[in-house]
Design a protein around this ligand. Structure first.
Ligand code: B1M
Length: 215
């Protein structure tokens, strides 16, 4: 198989042996690191999600795929183009309470950081109290919440209610596969008001929104 198909298959199989060689080969063939992630590796992850959702793949194997994804991103990250200059604006980024999925959140971190933003990535399973503590500490220009589970979409809305009750008005970006634009722009916005709530479909959308919020 060609290197493109091999990389995609490596995510599906969770196969890290010789992974770096394939990634280097793809870059040598002219692929940009972010395009490798978006066009090849995430295609593999989509297959993993489908297999898992259909009961054809067990969780430990999904974890291997996730690890392969993380190893790939760590290898590619130093090769990405970076904006220079001082930080444009600051964001606190978290995966919400009860949710461990962080590959998407960490991609958002990398893409914002490489484009000159200061990211305080406070991790996974973050209760709203801890998110608000980080807001107090870092005084960010925006807060980003990520979550992939359906129940995380409810948590996000509840978080916004708590932020509103605490008098916060910092703009909030929401991202993750279980969200819909309608839910964010109607229910979540209603729950918060404040400086607004915006839906980020993918990490580049997040970058675009961040530049609107902060520049
Ligand atoms: Co989980 N999982 N998982 N899982 N997992 C999903 C999400 C699921 C859809 C799979 C399925 O059933 N088909 C399903 C959710 C069902 C639901 O609620 N509707 C599911 C489930 C059920 C579970 C468990 C409950 C399984 C179990 O234990 N029985 C469990 C949950 C644990 C918990 O959170 N409490 C679980 C666990 C795991 C692993 C640990 C094995 C692993 C995660 C490893 C990790 O992240 N460190 C895992 C994985 C890998 C997946 C799938 C296969 C892939 C997710 C992923 O990394 N995608 C996923 C299926 C799927 O999504 N197709 C699935 C790649 C990533 C780059 O995409 O995170 O969507 P994503 O991010 C995108 C955009 O959404 C957006 O930009 C990113 C890049 O474009 N984005 C943002 C995300 N956050 C953003 C924030 C922003 C802006 C954009 O600004 C703030």
């Amino acid at each position: 198989a060609n290197v493109e198909d091999r990389l995609k298959q490596r995510i599906v199989d969770g196969d890290r042996t010789g992974l770096e060689d394939d990634l280097a080969e793809a870059m040598a063939a002219g692929w940009k690191p972010l395009d490798i992630i978006n066009n090849l590796l995430l295609e593999g992850m989509k297959v993993v999600g489908e297999l898992f959702g259909a009961g054809k793949m067990q969780l430990p194997f999904v974890l291997q795929s996730a690890e392969t994804m993380k190893t790939s991103v760590a290898f590619l990250e130093p090769h990405m183009e970076k904006a220079d200059g001082s930080a444009k604006a600051t964001i606190v980024l978290a995966t919400v309470k009860g949710d461990v999925h962080d590959i998407g959140k960490n991609l958002v971190d990398i893409i914002l950081t490489n484009n000159g933003y200061k990211v305080h990535n406070i991790g996974i399973k973050q209760p709203i109290g801890d998110i608000m503590k980080a807001v107090e500490q870092y005084k960010p220009d925006a807060v980003g919440m990520s979550g992939l589970l359906v129940k995380s979409t409810v948590i996000m809305r509840e978080n916004l209610e708590e932020m509103k009750a605490a008098g916060l008005s910092v703009p909030v970006l929401l991202g993750g596969a279980a969200l819909t634009r309608k839910y964010v722009e109607e229910d979540c916005l209603r729950a918060y008001g404040g400086g607004g709530v915006a839906y980020a479909r993918d990490a580049f959308d997040g970058l675009d929104l961040m530049s609107k919020v902060a520049d």
